[in-house]
Design a protein around this ligand. Sequence first.
Ligand code: MN
Length: 251
Amino acid sequence: MTTRRDLLVGASALVALASTLPANAADKPAATGAATPASGDKAATDKPAAPTGPFTLAPLPFADTDLVPYISQNTLSYHYGKHHTGYVTKLNELYVGNESLGTTTEAVAKATFGDKDKKPLYNNAAQAWNHAFLWNSMKKGGGGFPTSGKFADAMKAAFTDSDGWKKAFKEAATTQFGSGWAWLIAKDGKLSVMHTANADSPQWTGEGTPLLVLDVWEHAYYLDYQNKRPDYVAAFLDHLANFDFAAKNFG
Ligand code: MN
């Protein structure tokens, strides 16, 4: 019998994503409520209903005002409340009849990657996973450059210093033409940056293990930065990048 555990790759690194699992998963973590918006907030009353499963939406790992002024509450209310929610809702619809493909968003995305007939299912499973990974890639008071530990040593080996890291990641994020993602990845213990288009992630293209991601779809930054993607990327690098999460994923 294949257990859910067998389907998870790098389970310890991805523990924060576990609440995108079907609602009946035994080890589904309790919601923290951290993302509960202040009462009376118009954006909050505007939100579509939360997906009821089998795939559910994990709460944001921070309050929706925590990333201000770099990412506004308005952007988060649309990005999380509408875009991410929408991917999970659509995934639940498309999953009907496809249950044999897996019980996690990661398993479903891996099973459908490159399958033209399953493209909508792939896109929604992959985007559900990517966005859960994205929220954990950011935190209040993040950014800069890691200073100690095995992950910091690997960052130094790959990028030399803070300037080298920021230059490399910024280039990856700004040269993705159109919608996509910029990644810090590990392959055979070495770190590098890359970008992917649309819903792709290096873990199902086989290019490496994701450590950190930034969403460069316009919906991620247009309300706050309009067309100035480089300014959004700089804000992530200077103030938001969550190196604790990246270090955990590095192992
Ligand atoms: Mn997005």
